[in-house]
Design a protein around this ligand. Structure first.
Ligand code: S3P
Length: 425
């Protein structure tokens, strides 16, 4: 693999830019928006709730916000595969007095929503879920602030509460035991919100006094470290590779994978390249080299929560036995990602096992040749293809269509770096 990739826009930041732009007073200009299935579902949802969204070019959008109150007309909003879209919008709709039914595809409809509806109900929101799953119905109701300790380390839950708090009376306090991605807090400040964040051990305490209205601004979306992860690991495990990934967001709550790869001996150079949307950005240089196994502590999980499948691929090529600890949350992702990652390794001749919530991987040379079921999960599909690039025999994936939910240019970017991927319609 040789060459460079312009990293596509960050999915988390793209969702937030649309949601905050839709809530704000005035016109927000977004550049570098990730035009993937998940983000376009959020775009459609905010449009149905009264925001006027206009595309001006590739990744360039103007959002005319509603100024705090969504249209009261009942709307059915289909979030497709996107947990981030559905969960953030539950908070935004409750706070902005909107009325909607939220639905999703089979994968999203099986994921837990009680973690969001429970705190929102405590604020006074009228949100009815079916067995703590989608569909969720929200009807307008007055909200009051709450003091809430997150029972799971989840930026989606934290963000839903903060978005609802914008429309609630009084102070909302969110306490997290382990810091999760803080893009909502950072972007709320760009939109003029008054919000305080203070460290609290390994976690944070976030305070926001409602009600508050947001003021439109300009957002340039930085590159997604979670999407860059696939080319990064592919370069590190494929002999002779030298790859540059430009414009990657380096918010420490997102760069756990890269720190772990460095601990495993990876050769990564990080050249700072300014800021976008209040987030630090850098260009990454990656060169093939020997990796050694890692015993990874569970506390680091939030900073690489989406990167475990591709980290597992790196471990499969590293010398020794790796143990990735504390992966229970992976069971609630687009698929049961712990089981799916394990199955992908086994199918390709890697000795791996699950012990409790830990994944153990024996690294070395990888046979490959497996037939992988992606189970509707974009990150499993991309991880399987990355394994195939460096394994002895090619890997087959049954369905890769869902890669477009997060990284529509994946095949094109990997091919530009020299990867041979055959796509059968
Ligand atoms: C996200 C938070 C994470 C992550 C997801 C995006 C976000 O989910 O897995 O892909 O944008 O807030 P959880 O908050 O459920 O851990």
């Amino acid at each position: 693999m040789q060459g460079y990739v312009n990293t596509p826009g960050d999915k988390s930041v793209s969702h937030r830019a649309l949601v905050l732009g839709a809530l704000a007073h005035g016109q927000t200009r977004i550049t570098g928006l990730l035009e993937s299935g998940d983000v376009l579902a959020t775009l459609e949802a905010v449009s149905r709730l009264g925001a006027d969204v206009e595309r001006r070019g590739e990744g360039v959008y103007i959002v005319q916000g509603v100024g705090g109150t969504f249209a009261a007309a009942a709307a059915t909003l289909d979030f497709g595969n996107s947990g981030t879209g559905a969960r953030l919008m539950m908070g935004a709709i409750a706070g902005a007095r909107g009325q909607a039914r939220l639905v999703g595809d089979d994968s999203l409809s099986s994921r837990p929503m009680g973690r969001v509806t429970t705190p929102l109900a405590r604020m006074g929101a009228q949100c009815r879920a079916t067995d703590s799953r989608l569909p969720v119905d929200i009807t307008p109701a007055p909200l009051t602030g709450i003091d809430y300790r997150l029972p799971v380390a989840s930026a989606q839950v934290k963000s839903a509460i903060l978005l609802a708090a914008l429309g609630a009376s009084g102070e909302t306090i969110v306490r997290e035991d382990i810091a999760t991605r803080d893009h909502t807090e950072t972007m709320l400040k760009l939109f003029g919100a008054k919000i305080t964040v203070e460290p609290d051990g390994e976690g944070r305490i976030i305070r926001l006094n409602g009600p508050q209205t947001l003021t439109a601004c300009q957002i340039g979306v930085p590159g997604d470290p979670s999407s860059a992860a696939f080319a990064a690991v592919a370069a590190l495990i494929t002999p002779g590779s030298e790859v540059t990934l430009t414009g990657v967001m380096t918010n420490p709550s997102r760069t756990g994978l890269y720190k772990v790869l460095e601990r495993m001996g990876a050769n990564i150079t990080v050249t700072p390249a300014g800021e976008a949307a209040g987030e630090p950005v850098a260009d990454f240089g990656l060169r093939f080299g020997a990796l050694t196994a890692i015993d990874l502590e569970p506390e680091i999980a939030p900073s690489l929560i989406d990167e475990y499948p591709v980290l597992a691929i790196a471990c499969a090529f590293a010398k020794g036995t790796s143990r990735l600890r504390g992966l229970a949350e992976l069971r609630t992702k687009e698929s049961d990602r712990l089981a799916a990652t394990h199955a992908l390794l086994i199918a390709n001749g890697v000795d791996a096992r699950i012990e409790g919530d830990d994944l153990m991987i024996e690294g070395g040379t990888v046979r490959g040749g497996g037939h992988v079921r992606s189970l509707g999960d974009h990150r499993i599909a991309m991880s399987a293809l990355v394994l195939g690039l460096a394994a002895r025999d090619a890997v087959t994936v049954d369905d890769i269509s869902m890669i477009a939910t997060s990284y529509p240019a994946f095949i094109a970017d990997m091919t530009a770096l020299g990867a041979m991927i055959k796509v059968h319609p």
